[in-house]
Design a protein around this ligand. Sequence first.
Ligand code: HEM
Length: 341
Amino acid sequence: MTGPSRRALLQGAAGLAALSACSSGPEQGSPTTAYGVHQAGVTTAQQGFGNLVVLDLHHAPIVPVLEALGEEIERLVSGRAADVPEPGDLTVTVGVADPGLVLPTFARDTFGPEHCGGDLVLQVCGSDPVAVLAASDRLTRDHAVRWSQLGFSGAAGKDGFGRNLLGFHDGIVQPRGREELSAGVWGDDGSTVMVVRRIVLDVEGFNDLAVDQQEAVIGRRKSTGAPLSGGHLTSPLDLAAKTPAGAYLIPVDAHVRRAHPLATGRPLMLRRGYSFAGEQGSGLLFISFQRDLAEFIQTQYRLDAGDALNRYLRVTASGVFRVLPGFSASRGLGASMNADR
Ligand code: HEM
């Protein structure tokens, strides 16, 4: 890893270490395994910290790099690497650039070429930010970092959900169970498409709104997370519900209405983003996993065309990668890729 990138990571860690005590969740902390049909870190219960690192390989053949990464990842998560003696629930997810996966330019994109593209992405997550950073350092040491972002998730409240920097519950509506995950997330070969978007939020501007105005922007209650159409946190949205005067209870430009899969006719994507705060501003490192890139693109077009949240955000980095199928001791991480790449 280059000097400045490593320094930035460590500075971020110092600020965030204090938060690690807050990160808890039913399945957090348990050791993970690198091996399986799918890579870890997609449907794994979200850990407290996530570090996203995009690498440039400068035309080095990718398959040997992947093979070496896979072996190192297995050593790291099983606690056999000297750099990370106590990995806890560490997971590392690897994605590769794919010429068939291209994102168009969206309305709120404000980044230059250095904050998109790249050959490879590593998503390193865990409850212990020190382990996350040590593992990131170990894995990226021999490569050029294009951009990276460290993030943290809000501690789960009594209702089991964390909040983002706007103070709203996040990650309520997600694909769950085998059927929804195979419809919306996993490809037939066990891979998935990962979209990453570093979204800087105008948190102050949003907080200047009265709470009922904030709720109209999102489409949910700030206190309970319930949809504005009624019910409780996990009640389905009723997009048809109206006031006696005929206005939609969930406004036409509310984020949850614009993002709802009914509007795109596509299955639901899995969102697994992390908040961030620091030199890059404050916001959400949006990360989604979907079977088909069109799931993301069509949703983002719907947001571009009329999401009330657009007034409070801009995107400062972006990427799309194919998360390779899971691997094992006998079938390495690069096995699914063409050997001459
Ligand atoms: C900083 C930017 C964003 C913020 C603060 C944000 C926040 C939220 C919040 C608070 C919810 C409601 C709780 C939940 O179901 O998780 C939500 C739902 C959702 N968001 Fe976002 N979001 C952002 C960007 C995006 C982007 C870029 C996409 C995809 C293109 C997206 C897709 C969704 C989807 C699919 C839902 C579930 C909608 C439903 O109820 O069916 N969000 N988001």
